[in-house]
Ligand binder design. Structure first.
Ligand SMILES: Cc1cc2nc3c(=O)[nH]c(=O)nc-3n(C[C@H](O)[C@H](O)[C@H](O)COP(=O)(O)O)c2cc1C
Length: 194
């Protein structure tokens, strides 16, 4: 995750287009593709985003100062109703559109897959990227500001640009969790390295 960008180097249009193209090739349940992407590239549009989301606009913290240098922001939105409609079709047959049928919200997960493909494409193009969430209290303001129709949920934002050195996230101090804690071979609690 890159949180500081060269403000004078925009994302080349071909890289932006490839990032978006690859996002649309993410997997989705029933090929529902219940997602949408709000691309903010013009300085005025990015400024509108930060104005809506910044919790302390008057005194930005170092995270915000770094993130504001990103020349490209892509807000990733999921659309649950697309999934409920898709699965009501004859080949799936969930005509009751009952959300309880869904063990987890695949509309959010699939949109997250798309976000990850964007970040991997950014790396392929020698760019840096960061996925971050919009604070819950600011979501409504973002939807209103950009005229997003009812039914779309922003699951997060991908910032993209050329990386400049920045401080490592404090969260990384905890270290990566050991494989033995996370991977269970054949039965919970069993782990072997081959
Ligand atoms: C759901 C989710 C939300 C995140 N939100 C933020 C965020 O709000 N701000 C931020 O700087 N990074 C955010 N991150 C990035 C994580 O902090 C990052 O993946 C983690 O620190 C590991 O860093 P690395 O991917 O560079 O190894 C988020 C990541 C995920 C998956």
């Amino acid at each position: 995750m890159v949180r500081n960008y060269d403000p004078d180097r925009p994302v080349p249009p071909h890289a932006r287009d490839l990032i978006l193209h690859n996002a649309l090739h993410a997997p989705s349940a029933g090929f529902s593709q219940g997602w949408a992407f709000l691309v903010l590239e013009r300085p005025a549009d990015r400024e509108r985003f930060w104005e809506c989301t910044a919790e302390t606009a008057a005194d930005p913290d170092s995270w915000l100062r770094g993130m504001r240098t990103a020349p490209l922001l892509i807000v990733c939105l999921s659309h649950k109703d697309t999934y409920l409609e898709r699965y009501a079709l004859p080949d799936k047959g969930w005509t009751d559109r009952d959300e309880a049928r869904w063990p987890v919200p695949y509309w959010d997960i699939d949109t997250g897959f798309a976000a990850l493909l964007m970040m991997l494409t950014a790396v392929d193009e020698d760019l840096g990227a960061c996925f971050f969430g919009i604070p819950a209290a600011r979501v409504r303001a973002v939807l209103d500001e950009f005229g997003v129709p009812v039914g779309y949920t922003p699951i997060g934002v991908v910032s993209v640009g050329y990386a400049v050195p920045g401080r490592r996230s404090r969260s990384l101090k905890a270290g990566r969790r050991p494989v033995t804690d996370v991977i269970h071979m054949g039965h919970w609690g069993t782990h072997h390295v081959s």
